[in-house]
Design a protein around this ligand. Structure first.
Ligand SMILES: [Zn+2]
Length: 366
């Protein structure tokens, strides 16, 4: 759709790309920026592609193009614009830009980043009021746009309302519901869907991160997100799954479950890694989906955790009639809470107690 807009010279002024970075929101924004700025683009029946050889393409490949600007949340502190930030933040910012140029599926986030501030939006406004340093189309990419604070959002809305020649502002977000509705309604929204398992597998292998067998094991857990898949590879998905199952088992023990459950939750919490705790929960959800698929569909259903079939069958026989939907909802809520910086141990404990209650209810009714 974007290629068609470029070919027809109906390039949108404001785009909202909704999806995960690891599914390609920023990659798409950068590909768009490179294509609209290419001096000798290749046109075909299917659309348009950058030549990758002209001076503009070379500058955009390394993200050194004066027409392409990435805005992201800055760390908490006094600095209100990129010009005021401390040298170490500036270095980190340069590293991130370099990293994105190399891998546009990477996560774009400064350490301790808190929000996008009004100073940064004013900077964009000032930049757009000056004439461009070179021909082409200026593209401003606001990464994780939901991180604009209230002042920044209001200032940004004004900038969106002003007409600019040859400018496209692109917002990326995985949480569009957190943006001002007035901002959303002024953008053309495109959903960037999760990548297919096949693409995730090929990419992991091409990048030399793991063998095809390992990639096939990891991909279904990654929910179409290359970054998530890469995290699972480096963390060893089987070890994470083992600790997820230890957590579940401890919650379903007899009367003496409390100590075992506290230990299992603390073991995950003590690592102080939000990403790891989230990954553990999402593996638990996938495993439970398999167990219930077995309980409902019988032995021929296709399992993500096919290598753990025995344990799944045992679980399905014992708890197959439990309320799956509620259990998964509890797990998803816990993962969201952990993202919001609640205590990992406490969140896991609460969630597992809830799951224990839900499953006990099934036992009683059975
Ligand atoms: Zn080019």
């Amino acid at each position: 759709m974007l290629q068609r807009c470029i070919v027809d010279r109906r390039v949108p002024q404001a785009l909202l790309l909704t999806g995960r970075e690891g599914a390609g929101t920023i990659a798409l924004a950068l590909a768009f920026a490179r294509t609209v700025n290419c001096r000798t683009p290749h046109l075909s029946n299917h659309g348009v592609a950058p030549c990758e050889a002209c001076s503009s393409c070379i500058q955009s490949a390394s993200l050194q193009h004066t027409n392409i600007k990435l805005i992201m949340a800055l760390p908490a502190g006094k600095a209100d614009t990129e010009e005021d930030v401390a040298d170490d933040v500036l270095d980190a910012l340069r590293d991130i830009i370099g990293g994105v140029a190399e891998d546009p599926y990477t996560r774009v986030r400064l350490p301790n980043a808190s929000m996008i501030r009004i100073g940064q939006i004013r900077e964009v406004k000032r930049m757009l009021s000056l004439s461009a340093a070179q021909e082409g189309r200026r593209v401003v990419i606001i990464v994780n746009a939901e991180e604009m604070n209230v002042e920044a959002s209001n200032a940004f809305l004004k900038t969106l309302e002003e007409p600019h020649d040859d400018v496209t502002i692109i917002l990326t977000t995985s949480r569009p519901e957190r943006l001002l509705q007035t901002i959303v309604s002024r953008c053309q929204e495109l959903i960037v869907p999760p990548l297919s398992d096949e693409i995730v597998i090929t990419t992991l292998v091409e990048r030399g991160l793991c063998s095809e067998d390992e990639a096939s094991l990891v991909a279904p857990f990654a929910e179409g997100d290359i970054q998530r898949a890469a995290d699972f590879v480096s963390e060893d998905v089987r070890t994470l799954r083992a600790s997820a199952l230890a957590l579940l088992r401890s919650a379903l023990r007899g009367k003496d479950y409390r100590n075992a459950l506290s230990d299992a939750a603390a073991e995950i919490g003590d690592e102080r890694s939000k990403a790891k705790a989230e990954a553990t929960l999402s593996l638990l959800a996938v495993w439970l989906r398999d167990a219930f698929a077995l309980a409902l569909g019988g032995p021929n259903v296709r399992l993500v955790n096919a290598d753990d079939r025995q344990a799944l069958e045992k679980f399905a026989a014992a708890f197959g009639s439990a309320d799956l939907l509620s259990v998964i909802t509890v797990i998803e809520r816990a993962a969201r809470d952990i993202q919001r910086n609640t205590s990992i141990t406490l969140t896991l404990l609460t969630a597992m107690m809830d799951i224990r209650v839900i499953i006990a209810r099934t036992r009683v009714s059975a």
